[in-house]
Write a protein that binds this ligand. Sequence first.
Ligand code: ZN
Length: 222
Amino acid sequence: MRNLCVSKTFCDICGVCKAVVNMDDEGYIKFDCEWVRASALSFSGIAGINALRDKLYGLGLIGVHDDGVGFGNVSARAGGSNEFVISGSATGGLKKLSGEHYCRVVEFDFDKNWLRCVGPIRASSESLSHAAAYLSCADVNAVAHVHCLSLWKKLYGKVPTTSPDALYGTPEMARDIMRLVKKGDVRKGRVIVMGGHEEGILAFGKDVGEVEGVVLGLIDRV
Ligand SMILES: [Zn+2]
């Protein structure tokens, strides 16, 4: 199985809430995750997104850096609402996930950099970027956030790219994603490079299968 990501760059935000808290020292708004503990989600509800996660993990697009910090996450819209199920914080390094590793984001507020999640695990600190995609495009039903330095460098500026000033875990990133998703070319290509989040790429689609196709199409471009 190929491992595409050769970067050992430290990702100081991905899936680790404490890192986002540290960003306060630099003047960024703290990510505020209101976590309502609940039992594990049923596997039938996460089977599709979990299968996609397995593939992305196998490709090295979700995983863990040498320093133990995980990266990458997947989500799927829950019904016709803007609620969504997402892999939990600090799960990037786990080879296999189950219902214990997913939660449901039931409410969010970009201005407050806040969300409420329900489940057995805290939502990824990258959840608001997923939320931005769901909120801005009704036919987006699945999102994958992957890391790959070579892909990121190759695609930077060639596909819709968020501002380098919009760092991950900030309302600015969420708003920039919304700005781009509302554009026609992004809806066609279904991919955004996260300019202020090195290695970070967001792929989305009308379903899990389309997201997988988008990511595999990107790999062919490396
Ligand atoms: Zn990330």
